[in-house]
Design a protein around this ligand. Structure first.
Ligand code: ATP
Length: 284
C-alpha cells in the first residue's frame, strides 16, 4: 500500500525568547501558523524491515540524519513494527530556511505511518513522540495556529489569523540557528515582541493590528549579520506588503498582504533579484 501526506511550512507571527534554561534549551513564546507551501511525502510499505528515503532535492541527507528517517525509526521502535517503508520526499519548502521543512516532514511521516500501519496513535501521543525529534515537530503534527511555549513543544491551539496572502522570500544564504541564538545570548534582549498583541489581534480578527504587532526577537541578530536579509525585508516593505517579518532564525522573510491586487507587484519585484519567492495563502 502507498499513501501520501502533505507537510506544510510554518511561519512565526511572533517569536520571543524568555530565557536560557539550565538544560541548554531556550524558553520561548511563539505564535505559529502554517502556509500553503508544502512538501509531499509518499510512503510505501515494504515487507523488508528497512527504511529507505529518497528525494529529488540533492542537498538534504537521505540517511539517518533525515528527520523523516528518524520519525520512521522512532515509530517502528516504539510500536514494534516489523515492516519497512520507502519514503519519497518531494521537497517544495526551501531547506534551512526558518520554515520548519524538516520538522514538518517528520510530523507528516509520523501521521502517515500511523495510518499506513493502522497504529491508532492519538495526536497527543504523536506530539510527544515528535518532541523527541525536534522542538517544532509537535506543532507540525497538528498544524493550525498555536501559541507554543516551553522549548516550543507546549501548544495551545488558537483561532486562525485573518485570511491573507503570504509572500515568502529566501535569500541564497545559510543561517545557522545555533549561531543566531548564541549571538542573541551574547548581546542580550533589549526589546521583546508583543506576543499578547499578536494573540489579541488574531482573536479580534484585526489584520492591521496583527501586522503592527508582528515581532521576532531573533530578527535583529540575523539582520545585523546578513545585510541581504535586511535588504529583502526593506524591499518587501517598499513594495507594499502590509506586515513583514523574518521567520524562525531566518533567512526567509515573509510579508502579509490583504489585497490580492498587490501580490503580483510584490512577487515580481522580489523575483527581480531573489530566486526563491512564493506567494501562497495562509492555511486556515
Ligand atoms: P527550523 O525552522 O525548524 O529551524 P529550518 O526550516 O530552518 O528549520 P530545515 O529545512 O528543517 O530547516 O533544515 C534544517 C537542516 O535539517 C538542514 O540542514 C538539513 O540538512 C536537515 N534535514 C534533515 N531532514 C530534513 C528534511 N526532511 N528536509 C529538510 N532538511 C532536513
Amino acid at each position: 500500500m502507498k499513501i501520501f501526506e502533505k507537510a506544510p511550512a510554518k511561519i512565526n507571527l511572533s517569536l520571543d525568547v524568555l530565557h536560557k534554561r539550565p538544560d541548554g534549551y531556550h524558553e520561548v513564546e511563539m505564535v505559529m501558523t502554517m502556509v500553503d507551501l508544502a512538501d509531499r511525502i509518499e510512503m510505501q510499505e515494504m515487507a523488508r524491515d528497512t527504511i529507505i528515503i529518497s528525494s529529488q532535492a540533492g542537498y538534504i541527507p537521505l540517511d539517518e540524519k533525515n528527520l523523516a528517517f528518524q520519525a520512521a525509526r522512532l515509530i517502528k521502535d516504539r510500536y514494534d513494527v516489523k515492516q519497512g517503508v520507502y519514503i519519497h520526499l518531494d521537497k517544495r519548502i526551501p531547506v534551512a530556511a526558518g520554515l520548519a521543512g524538516g520538522s514538518s516532514d517528520a510530523a507528516a511521516t509520523l501521521r502517515g505511518l500511523n495510518r499506513l500501519w493502522n497504529l491508532n496513535i492519538s495526536n497527543e501521543e504523536l506530539q510527544i513522540l515528535g518532541a523527541e525529534l525536534g522542538s517544532d515537530v509537535p506543532f507540525c503534527v497538528t498544524g493550525g495556529t498555536a501559541l507554543a511555549t516551553g522549548r516550543g513543544e507546549k501548544l495551545e491551539p488558537i483561532s486562525a489569523p485573518p485570511q491573507c496572502w503570504v509572500v515568502l522570500a529566501k535569500p541564497p544564504i545559510n543561517v545557522s540557528t545555533s549561531e543566531i541564538y548564541g549571538k542573541l545570548n551574547a548581546r542580550g534582549i533589549k526589546q521583546h515582541p508583543s506576543t499578547a498583541g499578536v494573540l489579541s489581534a488574531i482573536r479580534d480578527k484585526q489584520f492591521d493590528r496583527l501586522c503592527d504587532n508582528l515581532g521576532n526577537v531573533l530578527e535583529g541578530v540575523t539582520l545585523d549579520l546578513y545585510p541581504e536579509v535586511r535588504h529583502l525585508k526593506e524591499c518587501m516593505q517598499r513594495l507594499g506588503a502590509d506586515g513583514v517579518l523574518m521567520s524562525g532564525s531566518g533567512p526567509t522573510v515573509f510579508g502579509l498582504v490583504s489585497k490580492e491586487a498587490k501580490v503580483a507587484r510584490i512577487y515580481n519585484g522580489l523575483r527581480g533579484f531573489c530566486k526563491d519567492v512564493y506567494a501562497v495563502r495562509m492555511l486556515t
